[in-house]
Design a protein around this ligand. Structure first.
Ligand SMILES: Cc1cc2nc3c(=O)[nH]c(=O)nc-3n(C[C@H](O)[C@H](O)[C@H](O)COP(=O)(O)OP(=O)(O)OC[C@H]3O[C@@H](n4cnc5c(N)ncnc54)[C@H](O)[C@@H]3O)c2cc1C
Ligand SMILES: *[C@@H]1O[C@H](CO)[C@@H](O)[C@H](O)[C@H]1NC(C)=O
Ligand SMILES: *[C@@H]1O[C@H](CO)[C@@H](O)[C@H](O)[C@H]1NC(C)=O
Ligand SMILES: *[C@@H]1O[C@H](CO)[C@@H](O)[C@H](O)[C@H]1NC(C)=O
Ligand SMILES: *[C@@H]1O[C@H](CO)[C@@H](O)[C@H](O)[C@H]1NC(C)=O
Ligand SMILES: *[C@@H]1O[C@H](CO)[C@@H](O)[C@H](O)[C@H]1NC(C)=O
Ligand SMILES: *[C@@H]1O[C@H](CO)[C@@H](O)[C@H](O)[C@H]1NC(C)=O
Length: 537
């Protein structure tokens, strides 16, 4: 069957059932389940107990499996399309079978590792679909002698950080701050965290990978070739195959690192701090990462008024004396003193960054928890290449206060990020970028009208920012998935549609990604609403 195009899901479902010569009935998805199960059974050993790893909506644990790795409540409503089946492979051969059987049935396959996709792209689709859920494939094999590790796609960052810490107190890995992120999505989308100025992205520290391609073959770096290997270091795995594991290079971390936090509001000269931050944070010592978050907040001095709260949160890969030597010289505006600095081990800094910042650290085993409270949220991204003038910052504060609930999180680049050429990986946002902005808004109201209001707020602030951010294209970060910047229905115009968001995420690397895609998956089996298209026929 040819790849399905953009059709309402019920229609698609009927279409599949007709093609399978089944009669549509309320047991509809059970029939798909049966066919899929038979196919998987044919392709596996009886000892695999394949029925234990596939869930149809009729299984009592279906809803639980579906929402265990659902992080954005926007995609947990009764109107959100649900998968026909969820497959939870326990070994690599199950992944191979799931791909081949989805292909046989002509059903769209969504791949999920940690489920953190901002737009729910790993578990929602307008087409009828299956979910291949990788959470059982989570082994981590750290080789301290070689300073490398193999990590399976379904492992979380917390499990990886913990696994490294068990073997060495002076090694780490540069990846995201949120420890519940999945390796599969995070690394294939680039992945960054608070060591990016020293060591670059997660994807910059990958040595090898294992992927299952559209023919069901397991390929390592040598077998897949350098083009495909390049593509899955920031181009998003889901356009190319199912990533089973990455081999990563560990990085050295000092026995003691230093963290600190500085908070200011407008009447405490926050504007001066933000203005100065724009030139210091991207150019200072690469061991110093200072994230700056800006959020409208209640004023302490003027009752009932909003001000802007600026919160600087930092990691320094060294001790506090070394840090103060830098900040005293380059950033006296923050008034940092020794008593404001906390010297801790690297693994404690991981805990500090996820919120254990009151002086007592739980055991590192805390990082093995996969619990994460799902909330309603929306994120967007931008890149800033020239500092925003003070007068413009002051204008921006007014707009943020007017919009009310949207925050900006500014992440400085520079350091190692500027040394790596823009074409080294699909992720192009290197030299020339001072910082990335993440727009954020979270809410609790179930009411869809409230949701619409908040989505409109974030779009408004994004539009106010137009003069200050990158242009032609207005760039965006793939891991901060944003469907507002373009989408494809994977029909006949997929290349033109794909170019719209593709050049924003990948700039000049987009065309190379299209070439790789066309070579490895010409029939576009691995696709989603923002996947890499094939070349037009
Ligand atoms: C709370 C929170 C904090 C975050 N913090 C950071 C951060 O500090 N730094 C950062 O860079 N990003 C951050 N992100 C974004 C995050 O990196 C991306 O959402 C990332 O894609 C998550 O990976 P995942 O496996 O958890 O997601 P999933 O939703 O499972 O997958 C994301 C995408 O990757 C595809 N995919 C997943 N697994 C595979 C696989 N095995 N093979 C092929 N394709 C696959 C999916 O189909 C989907 O398209 C954060 C997100 C959240 C929600
Ligand atoms: C789902 O339900 C079917 C039918 O009751 C059962 O055979 C199968 O084992 C269940 N699957 C799981 C993973 O529980
Ligand atoms: C999703 O919705 C269901 C039904 O309302 C609810 O039971 C479940 O807790 C929700 N899960 C998440 C992660 O929000
Ligand atoms: C703000 O700046 C003024 C003028 O430079 C200075 O006198 C004052 O101490 C600063 N306030 C803070 C909280 O840094
Ligand atoms: C540093 O600590 C001192 C003493 O506790 C405090 O008064 C000051 O506000 C702190 N400065 C910062 C930048 O947090
Ligand atoms: C720090 O926070 C933890 C977890 O929230 C809490 O259990 C602990 O009591 C707190 N410790 C202090 C000193 O406040
Ligand atoms: C796509 O193009 C083919 C060949 O030109 C045509 O037959 C088909 O109808 C088109 N599909 C859509 C959805 O427009």
């Amino acid at each position: 069957m040819k790849p399905l195009t953009f059709l309402p899901s019920l229609f698609t479902l009927l279409f599949i059932l007709v093609s399978l010569h089944l009669s549509p009935s309320w047991a509809a998805s059970d029939s798909v389940y049966d066919t899929f199960l038979q196919c998987l059974s044919r392709r596996s050993q009886p000892s695999d107990h394949i029925s234990d790893i596939i869930y149809s909506p009729a299984n009592s644990s279906f809803a639980n499996v579906l929402t265990s790795y659902l992080r954005n409540r926007r995609f947990n409503s009764s109107s959100t399309p649900k998968p026909l089946v969820i497959v939870t492979p326990k070994q690599e051969s199950h992944v191979q079978a799931a791909i081949l059987c989805s292909k046989d049935l002509g059903v769209h396959l969504k791949i999920r590792s940690g489920g953190h996709d901002y737009e729910g792209m790993s578990y929602v689709s307008v087409d009828a679909f299956f979910i291949l859920d990788m959470f059982n494939l989570r082994s981590i094999d750290v080789d301290i002698q070689k300073e490398t590790a193999w990590v399976q796609a379904g492992a979380t960052l917390g499990e990886l950080y913990y696994g490294i810490w068990k073997k060495s107190k002076v090694h780490g890995f540069p990846a995201g701050v949120c420890t519940v992120l999945g390796i599969g999505g995070h690394l294939s989308g680039g992945g960054y965290g608070n060591m990016l100025r020293k060591y670059g992205l997660s994807a910059d520290n990958v040595l090898d990978a294992k992927i299952v391609d559209v023919q069901g073959r397991i390929l390592d770096r040598k077998a897949m070739g350098e083009d495909l290997f390049w593509a899955i270091l920031g181009g998003g795995g889901a356009s190319f195959g199912v990533i089973l594991a990455y081999q990563i290079k560990l990085v050295p971390v000092p026995e003691k690192v230093t963290v600190f936090r500085v908070e200011r509001t407008l009447d405490q000269n926050a504007t001066d701090l933000v203005y100065k931050w724009q030139s210091v944070a991207p150019s200072t010592d690469s061991g110093l990462f200072m994230r700056l978050s800006l959020l409208p907040t209640s004023s302490q001095t003027q009752k009932g008024q909003l001000t802007i709260g600026a919160s600087l949160v930092a990691l320094y890969l060294g001790n506090s004396d070394q840090l103060l030597a830098i900040t005293d010289k380059e950033f006296p505006e923050i008034g940092l003193r020794k008593e404001n600095c906390t010297e801790i081990s690297w693994i404690e800094s991981v805990l500090w960054w996820i919120g254990f910042d009151n002086g007592t650290f739980p055991a590192p085993e805390t990082l093995l928890s996969r619990d994460y409270p799902a909330i309603f949220f929306k994120r967007k991204s931008d890149y800033v290449q020239t500092p925003i003038a003070k007068a413009n910052l002051e204008w921006l504060w007014k707009k943020m206060i007017e919009v009310e609930k949207v925050g900006l999180s500014l992440n400085p680049y520079g350091g190692r990020m500027s040394e790596i050429p823009a074409s080294a990986t699909p992720f192009p946002h290197r030299a020339g970028n001072l910082f990335k902005i993440q727009y954020f808004i979270d809410w609790k109201e179930e009411d869809p009208e409230a949701g619409k209001k908040y989505l409109a707020q974030i779009s408004r602030l994004y539009s106010y920012m137009t003069p200050f951010v990158s242009k032609n294209p207005r760039s965006a970060f793939l891991n901060y998935r944003d469907l507002d910047i373009g989408a494809t229905t994977n029909g006949n115009n997929s290349y033109e549609e794909g170019r719209v968001y593709g050049v924003k995420y990948f700039n000049d690397n987009f065309e190379r990604l299209v070439k790789v895609k066309t070579a490895v998956d010409p029939n576009n089996f691995f696709r989603n609403e923002q996947s890499i298209p094939t070349l037009p026929k």
